[in-house]
Design a protein around this ligand. Structure first.
Ligand code: ADP
Ligand code: MG
Length: 608
């Protein structure tokens, strides 16, 4: 007898559970299921994402409703359309051996009349997002006046998304005698308030530790210069050939742009944001679930509640504006007991945010450096060797073997292996041998944070910028200064020597703000036009040293992982690296398609 059989579940559910391949109940299931089956009670269950909450309420709901009665008996509220569909699907799977149970999903962005029609046909269980549910109630398209069970799933996320009023309105439309089950990963004040308002003497279940980030997620940050953000992302992907990740950007625009760049560079990536049609979003999620997409580039809103198993990495391409959002991002990995990594690509000016996040998640970040080209090549090489080893041979090719043997005749096994590996691998070598080291040393992050270089310090100096907005955009020097201070979140005297021309302007900041200026301003739009800021050669008349961004000193400082191993390997490419310099290769990494000449883009290893 397995443990599911001891929980009091019906035969038909046990059969479905067997089909699902669940061997033993998770902790929250073990605690919640017998309790909910046994009596009609309110319940507050706190458990991290990925702990199996859907089945914890889903099994009891299915077992307790009356399948012969077509009235709506259970309402499940969930924060997003994605989750709503997912829960509805799960419930359909759970109830597949139970005759006559109808589960209907009700969510925004799809036809409300169609949903109303499905409800009318007799939906004992409705899974809904709060907004659309409220809409249906207002139009008299559903009747939840007689429900017996109401489940608030991912309550903290729902409230985070501003559904407080909708939830209150919906719950007020339900009978007092029903049972309310609230499931949440955390218990912020708003969730507690809902609990107090709408529940009486709830049973409480807590799984794992309250309020902390999931212990199965480790947190890492990589310090880079703002201009290297994208290159860093690519290297992290290349250093993790099996990456299956959600990459978070701050804006829809960045999300789209980064996804496009990745695709252009040969990665299996896609964008997910609110400007996509519902059908496009569905298609993207389907490909992601099917593992055809390795890097899902998403906004916070679009990715809320995405529940895909086995996400290996969450990448914070940019940190969120609200650091609390970090928790929601990192919760996309490390699910169902699997380990996951949450990565932050960070610039110096954002380093203090890392400490704030550490306080919130009560976990420390590990500082890491972007892998060097050599390291990436090594990883890819082994990956390729393993791939060759694990490839199943399709015996269709047997017919061609004689001809192939003719061609390859005379090659020793060693030669053959070298050549086979080179077919795939030369592309990586060619790309990375030309590329510079982009990691930046930051182990002194805390000191650096607290010490502000005095303005007149010549070594830090000031940076002068060129920006493509000017009097034509209705700026004079004062209004531009105000605009920059505000946009860059800088202090009163941090922007100086503002010089406004017709179509462009110049201004200075202290060198310490350079990364921040480049990063933020290059991602800002002014009335639909993208702002472009560059570091000016012109020094603006004093108070500015060279900015040092391309100085050898900085680069060497970055090669701090040093050590015997990487030193030695670094040497391996040194000759070739200086060759490429002589040929006038730019410091910027060439795009892959450029460096591979007419050969196709390197195929990203697909996950099958
Ligand atoms: P939560 O709602 O707590 O975030 P889910 O209910 O979405 O978690 O479950 C996370 C994943 O774990 C799902 O893929 C689900 O199928 C799987 N799962 C749930 N319960 C079990 C179980 N008892 N054994 C194995 N896998 C399970
Ligand atoms: Mg869930």
């Amino acid at each position: 007898m397995n443990k599911f059989e001891q929980l009091g579940l019906s035969e038909s559910l046990l059969k479905a559970i067997k089909d699902l391949g669940f061997e033993n109940p998770s902790e929250v299931q073990e605690k919640a299921i017998p309790l909910l089956l046994e009596k009609d009670t309110d319940l507050v269950a706190l458990a991290q994402t990925g702990t199996g909450k859907t089945a914890a309420f889903g099994f009891p709901v299915i077992q307790k409703i009356d399948a012969d009665n077509r009235n709506t008996q259970a309402l499940i509220l969930s924060p997003t359309r994605e989750l709503c569909l997912q829960i509805a699907n799960e419930l359909k799977n759970y109830s597949k051996y139970e005759k006559g149970i109808n589960v209907v999903a009700v969510y925004g962005g799809a036809s409300i009349t169609e949903q109303a029609r499905e409800v009318k046909r007799g939906a004992q269980i409705i899974v809904a997002t709060p907004g659309r549910m409220q809409d249906m109630i207002n139009r008299g398209l559903v009747n939840i006046k007689n429900i017996d069970y109401c489940v608030l799933d991912e309550a903290d996320e729902m409230l985070n998304m501003g559904f407080y009023d909708d939830i209150c309105a919906i719950l007020s439309d339900t009978p007092d005698e029903k049972s309310t089950w609230l499931f949440s990963a955390t218990m912020p004040a708003e969730v507690a308030r809902i609990g107090k308002q709408f529940m009486s003497n709830p049973e409480e279940i807590t799984v794992g530790t309250k309020n902390s980030g999931s212990a199965t997620v480790s947190h890492e940050f990589y310090l880079v210069n703002a201009r290297d953000r994208y290159e860093a992302l690519k290297r992290l992907a290349d250093a993790n050939p099996d990456i299956f990740s959600v990459v978070f950007c701050r804006t829809k625009r960045d999300t789209q742009a980064i996804a496009e760049k990745l695709i252009e560079d040969g990665y299996s990536a896609a964008a997910l944001h609110g400007d996509l049609s519902q059908a496009q979003r569905d298609a993207v999620m389907k490909s992601f679930r099917g593992r055809q997409i390795q890097m899902l580039v998403a906004t916070d809103v679009a990715a809320r509640g995405i529940d895909v198993d086995n996400v290996t990495h969450v990448v914070n391409y940019q940190l969120p504006d609200e650091i609390e959002t970090y928790n929601h991002r990192s919760g996309r990995t490390g699910r169902a007991g699997k380990l996951g990594t949450s990565i932050v690509i960070v610039t110096k000016s954002e380093l203090r945010k890392i400490s704030s996040i550490e306080r919130i998640i009560k976990q420390k970040f590990e500082e890491k450096s972007i892998p060097s080209g050599i390291e990436i090549c090594e990883i890819q090489l082994l990956h390729l060797a393993n791939k060759i080893k694990d490839t199943e041979v399709d015996h269709e090719i047997d017919n061609y073997l004689p001809a192939i043997n003719d061609v390859l005749e005379g090659l020793s096994k060693e030669e053959l292996i070298k050549k086979m590996v080179s077919v795939e691998f030369n592309r990586f070598i060619n790309y990375y041998k030309k590329n510079r080291d982009i990691s930046v040393s930051g182990s002194d992050r805390r000191e650096r944070n607290s010490e502000r270089a005095p303005r007149e310090n010549n070594n830090g100096g000031a940076t002068r910028y060129f920006v493509n907005i000017g009097s034509r955009d209705n700026f004079d020097w004062m209004s531009l200064k105000d605009y920059l201070k505000e946009t860059l979140d800088l202090g009163r005297d941090d922007v100086f020597k503002v010089d406004v021309k017709e179509g462009f302007s110049f201004f200075n900041t202290d060198a310490e703000h350079t990364d921040k200026v480049m990063d933020i301003l290059n991602n800002v739009q002014l009335e639909g036009r993208r702002i472009n800021v560059e570091i000016s050669k012109n020094d603006g008349g004093g108070r500015r040293d060279h900015n040092g961004r391309n100085s050898g000193g900085r680069r060497d400082g970055g090669r701090r992982e040093g050590g015997f191993r990487s030193e030695r390997r670094e040497g391996g490419f040194r000759g070739e690296r200086s060759n490429s310099r002589r040929e006038g290769a730019s410091d910027r990494a060439p795009r892959r398609s450029e460096s591979f000449g007419d050969s196709p883009r390197p195929r990203r290893p697909r996950r099958d």
